[in-house]
Design a protein around this ligand. Structure first.
Ligand SMILES: CC(C)(COP(=O)(O)OP(=O)(O)OC[C@H]1O[C@@H](n2cnc3c(N)ncnc32)[C@H](O)[C@@H]1OP(=O)(O)O)[C@@H](O)C(=O)NCCC(=O)NCCSC(=O)CCC(=O)c1ccccc1C(=O)O
Length: 262
């Protein structure tokens, strides 16, 4: 897929996904969401990628949510090539990719942009970043992953964010637990890269199972299926599993006797 709205780069086992719509403060439209989904899936499929940094172009905004101008001009956020508006699929993909996703919040994280940062595994913010929900002011709401804020910052603050549509500084939301660390803007990407380097040196299978396990609480049967699949992939590589397949091909009864343990 040719990307027009995002950039996708891989270096040193780290994929960096950048929303590249600086003139609209990295607001997303249908095409942006489709490309982001494609890029996260590419990072998922690439065994050489151990972590993802998610950021926005320029130094003013991470992402300010849905492209309101596109909506006013065309009556929708603009459909993707496949005809679907896939923002929920994108949230699920960021949650599900079995590798740490680090949000590098380089400015405004507003509306759907705040939600995108919130669904990442960890978030590092530039000192000048600003956070907030604006849906009830501009005619939108995310009653899905938008309410995940409750788990990160508690119910009082999550409701405050949604019900009052204020903006909050990076330092404030760091205190609340919405971001892990605040750094000067000019060292944001260096800091995010250092975090990514640290995690790509760790056991990928341990990280995969941990992310799957964290997701069990929030992801329902879909998360359980991913957890089960991670286990299945290990089982598929085991001599026990191979005995089942080989026995089938050789038209004999499988002999699991040597594998009985635990
Ligand atoms: C972020 C601001 C507070 C920044 O203010 P300021 O520094 O003064 O800059 P501006 O001059 O306002 O902006 C510069 C430039 O960018 C354009 N722009 C800003 N925001 C957007 C936007 N969202 N879409 C399109 N363009 C934008 C702005 O017009 C300027 O352009 P010029 O050509 O220079 O005039 C401030 O910009 C601000 O408040 N922005 C609006 C934020 C907003 O309303 N975001 C949308 C929230 S709703 C949302 O995100 C939908 C989520 C969603 O889609 C969804 C999610 C989950 C389930 C379902 C859905 C769903 O289907 O809706």
């Amino acid at each position: 897929m040719d990307y027009t709205d995002i950039r996708y780069e891989v270096a040193d086992r780290i994929a960096t996904i950048t929303i590249d719509r600086e003139k609209r403060l990295n607001a997303f439209r249908g095409r942006t969401v489709e490309e982001l989904l494609h890029a996260f899936r590419a990072a998922w499929a690439d065994d050489d990628v151990g972590a993802v940094i998610f950021t926005g172009a320029g130094n003013k905004a991470f992402c300010v949510g849905g492209d309101q101008k596109e909506f006013v001009e065309t009556g929708s956020y603009g459909l993707s090539q496949n005809g679907r508006w896939e923002i929920e699929d994108l949230h699920v993909a960021i949650r599900s990719i079995p590798k740490p996703v680090i949000a590098a919040v380089n400015g405004f994280a507003i509306g759907g942009g705040n939600v995108l940062a919130a669904v990442c595994d960890v978030a590092i913010a530039a000192e000048h970043a600003r956070f907030g929900q604006v849906g009830p002011r501009v005619g939108s709401f995310d009653a899905g992953w938008g309410t995940h804020l409750t788990r990160l910052i508690g119910e009082r603050r999550a409701r405050e964010m949604w019900f009052f549509c204020r903006q909050y500084t990076a330092t404030e939301v760091e205190r609340w637990g919405l971001v892990n660390k605040v750094v000067p803007g000019d060292s944001l990407m260096a800091e995010a890269t250092a975090w990514a380097r640290e995690t790509v040196a760790l056991s990928p299978t341990a990280l995969k199972f941990l992310k799957c396990a964290f997701n069990l609480e929030t992801g329902g049967l879909g998360a359980q299926a991913l957890f089960a699949d991670a286990g299945l992939q290990l089982y598929l590589e085991s001599p026990e599993c191979q005995e089942g397949r080989v026995a089938f091909a050789e038209k004999r009864a499988p002999d699991f006797a040597a594998r009985r343990k635990g």
